[in-house]
Ligand binder design. Sequence first.
Ligand code: B1M
Length: 210
Amino acid sequence: MGQLEELRAAIVDGQNAAAVAKVTEALASGLSPERILQEGLIAAMGETGALYQAGDIFVPEMLVAAQAMRAALGVLKPHLVKEGVASRAKVAIGTAQGDLHDIGKNLVAMFLEGNGFEVVDLGVDVAPERFVAEVNNGARAVAISALLTTTMLNMADVVNALVRANLRDQVSVLVGGAPITADFAREIGADGYARDASSAVDLLCQLLDV
Ligand code: B1M
């Protein structure tokens, strides 16, 4: 088994210590942090989802796989983000109301922070009013992540809440997550859609002109 294959297996099996050891080994052998992230960590979550969909594993196994992914990401984080970049703008990030999937959101937050944004992480299952409150507190962008086809619809409530609060003109709304598309972003009146964490950084720099 190759290094990345072993890493994926450790994550899918929910073995935190093995996942951490495999990331450490992969880094030591010179594999790039981006490759370890894409072909190791993110690919392992894809495999986990496929096993769940096939009925081969259930929610508890998905949860332990997610925990192993987090542990592995902890080792990778210092290699993925630059430290000490000047603050570009304040961004409030969270998952859509009802959505508990936070791995993608955490990656986006990590990349934004690493690229000089001040990130206010509102966590998971975020009510629209909490995003509105952060915009009142100076956030120039709102970033919402959703992984469920049911909760993605709640992203529209955030846009509508910003309109009702007369704040829509002064904030950029960025959406993302596996079921989201550029068309969906347009339909709900968001300013943009990013397919992954690094595109989220590029798009926010463009939208905010920073
Ligand atoms: Co859930 N789950 N889950 N789950 N889970 C999915 C999403 C699912 C596709 C699995 C499947 O059936 N194949 C399916 C959704 C089906 C659908 O909606 N059509 C599903 C389901 C059904 C459920 C439950 C309903 C199961 C149940 O209870 N019966 C339940 C719902 C809970 C809830 O949210 N209310 C549930 C629960 C869970 C766990 C809690 C056990 C766990 C989450 C743990 C956690 O996050 N802390 C979990 C997991 C781990 C998954 C899978 C396996 C992995 C998700 C993940 O972390 N991917 C997932 C299957 C899959 O994705 N293939 C699945 C890795 C992550 C890096 O990718 O989040 O897509 P992702 O982020 C990417 C991009 O999308 C993008 O950048 C990231 C990096 O590239 N991105 C953004 C994300 N957010 C962005 C925001 C941006 C820009 C880019 O700007 C703002």
